[in-house]
Design a protein around this ligand. Sequence first.
Ligand code: DGY
Length: 451
Amino acid sequence: MYPHFGGGTYIFMKFSDKAKEVLEENWRGAYTIPSSTLYPFQWNWDAGFHALGWMYFKPENAIEEVRSIFKGQWKNGMLPHIVFHQENENYFPGPAEWRTLVAKNRVEGIETSGITQLPVFGFFLERLDQIADEKGLNISAFIEEIFPKVLHFHRYLYTNRDHLNEGLPFVLHNWESTDNAPIWDDIWDRMDLTAARDVSKLRKDLKNVDVSMRPTNEHYKRYIYLIDLLIKSQYEANSLDDNYPFRVQENLFIGLLIRSNEGLIKLAKKYNFDCGELIHWQEKSKTSFVNKFWDKENEMFYPFDLNTNHLIKKDIIGGVASLFAGVPSKEQAEKLVCKIQSDFLLNENWFLCPSYSPKAADFDSKKYWRGPLWPNVNWLLYHGLKKYGYDKLAQKIKDQTVYLIEEVGFFEYFDPRPESENSLETKGLGGQNFSWTAAIYLDFTYNKAIL
Ligand code: DGY
């Protein structure tokens, strides 16, 4: 726990300096690792948040961060969820496990994973451009360089992951979105594990983080089995076997894609780039999103499992974070706000916002995406709520995030239970000195612009 220095500017100065220090410590010359103990490479959606944090005090690092992640982009546009810029033994699964040499589309000369992650660069590019304007910096050459790469990634999603032509690209692995969220549980239960391997001894994450905070070995077995199946398909999403067990149109992933499309469209208008294709995708995605994911009975957005043709009705935070996409109607937004207050808080002393409804029987306040509060999701919620005019709730979420970081530290995620049930000393979970937590702290405390 960091020392508490009392009120006023002193705290602000100390903690913003500390946040910068976290980013500096995790900087590896051209990119930032999320955390030295857990994630020693560059991760995709983390890199977007890191760039945002760097933009406030070292814009040149923000630019390098984005350039570095796109160095791993595959020929077909797929932007991998990990880029292994250098060797490191402290992570499983590393490049040897991913075996991306089988993929004709992989990029030459740099190791990567073979799956993607939530599409954040359209809106982060827009955001970096806004901050540059506020600072009087001209980053137009950088925008011109990266814009086509982000567009290429979105084109990959619309042409390789959207066989129903609905504008709703599917995810094919849980690591493409919220790792061990309860929405995947039925898929795990249905999976035929005859050919799956026990990988419990290969795991490195449990060396540094308590098992209670990480996914189970039973789940890891399934995560790695999916990779084995993807290797067999040579990582071609278009030609996956019909029996491939994991194909989900996931609303958080698609909500971020929609918001990223919007970011690109705004940049295209400002910089005079062509955006015809983007506008076409965007209209299709927005219409399908509301038609397919909204559940009238539970008044919530849910992911759609393409293998069972059913909505996955679990109240995870991704449902309410749909606000960030700006797609819900005013009435739907009102329902989502009621849902936050009625189902994501057991009482007023809880911290907003747990990643899974504490009312669920299998809610777990410590286990990764099955209950803990995540600063990056709170960032999405803050902007989503502001967009719909729920300023008070947005402010509360922001204040609580800042409070937890200042009082507990730059943790990956936090226990959302009231302080009476779980003291500040035990609230910090997962990786420590976590880069996106530091970046979000800087944005929450410096920021004037709203996305
Ligand atoms: C992990 O290793 O837990 C990551 O989230 C997967 O990318």
